[in-house]
Design a protein around this ligand. Structure first.
Ligand code: C5P
Length: 240
């Protein structure tokens, strides 16, 4: 009989997939979001630098098909400096397609896959580390979360309040999200197009999803206001 602790052992090599193939239309920029400059560098550069700081075995960027060469220009030097293999592949039409394209390009030794949105370019390295170390054979998916500080209401389609959510049981979910590779692939194969994050697909498999502390700096750059916030963040962190 398997003892519970036998099943709950840490996993092997970690690979990172950075999905950067979205257009970012809500930002209203002339280039795909991952190439928008903050503090003079593309968002993608910050996302890759942070991910490499937790020493994964390999990193793959899923870039817009039109920008594969541009993405390689942005990230190649970072990979060389870190001594970590970094590849760029073409992403797909949907985010899930980009996740699969990136995961397929990771070496077979990567048993754990951290999926990260390039749009969360300022997620600090310690979030990657917390997520990676929390993925075990038993808890096959881990998400970084923040507590909800605002009161949350449920409304109907006309905007009238129909209820108040229990804030204590709610969390804001970020990326990087960490998975056992085969569980991530099975989740996408079975439920690929039905969710806004990868962990939701694992939930649909009926598997346990764990949480670790996220970080406010891992905000998703979505609107021009977020971009202004990111500029302030970079000015603060890079010029300290
Ligand atoms: O569109 P959304 O903001 O949900 O995108 C989240 C992340 O997924 C972004 O980093 C974006 O570049 C990426 N994405 C992708 N391929 C797509 C759509 C989105 O890599 N087809």
């Amino acid at each position: 009989m398997a003892h519970p602790s036998d099943a709950d052992v840490p996993m092997g090599a970690v690979g990172v997939v950075i999905v950067a193939a979205g257009s970012g239309s809500r930002l209203g920029a002339a280039v795909p979001k991952a190439f928008v400059l903050v503090g003079g560098r593309p968002l993608l550069w910050y996302a890759v630098r942070s991910a490499l700081a937790c020493h994964p075995a390999a990193l793959v960027v899923a870039a817009p098909p039109t920008h594969v060469a541009d993405a390689a220009t942005v990230v190649d030097a970072l990979g060389r400096q870190a001594g970590i293999p970094v590849r760029v592949v073409a992403g797909g039409a949907e985010r899930g397609d980009s996740v699969l394209a990136g995961t397929d390009a990771l070496p077979a030794e990567c048993e754990v896959v951290l999926v990260h949105d390039a749009a969360r370019a300022f997620a600090p390295p310690d979030v990657f580390e917390r997520v990676a170390t929390a993925v075990t054979t038993d808890t096959a998916a881990i998400v970084p979360v923040l507590p909800v500080v605002d009161t949350m209401k449920v409304v109907d389609d006309q905007g009238f309040v129909v209820g108040t959510a229990d804030r204590e049981s709610l969390r804001i979910v970020q990326t990087p999200q960490g998975f056992r590779r085969e569980v991530l692939l099975e989740a996408h194969r079975r439920h690929g197009s039905v969710a806004t994050d990868d962990a939701a697909l694992v939930e649909l498999l009926g598997r346990r999803v764990g949480t670790v502390a996220g970080d406010p700096a891992a905000l998703k750059v979505t609107t021009p206001d977020d971009l202004a916030h990111a500029e302030r963040l970079v000015a603060h962190v890079e010029h300290r």
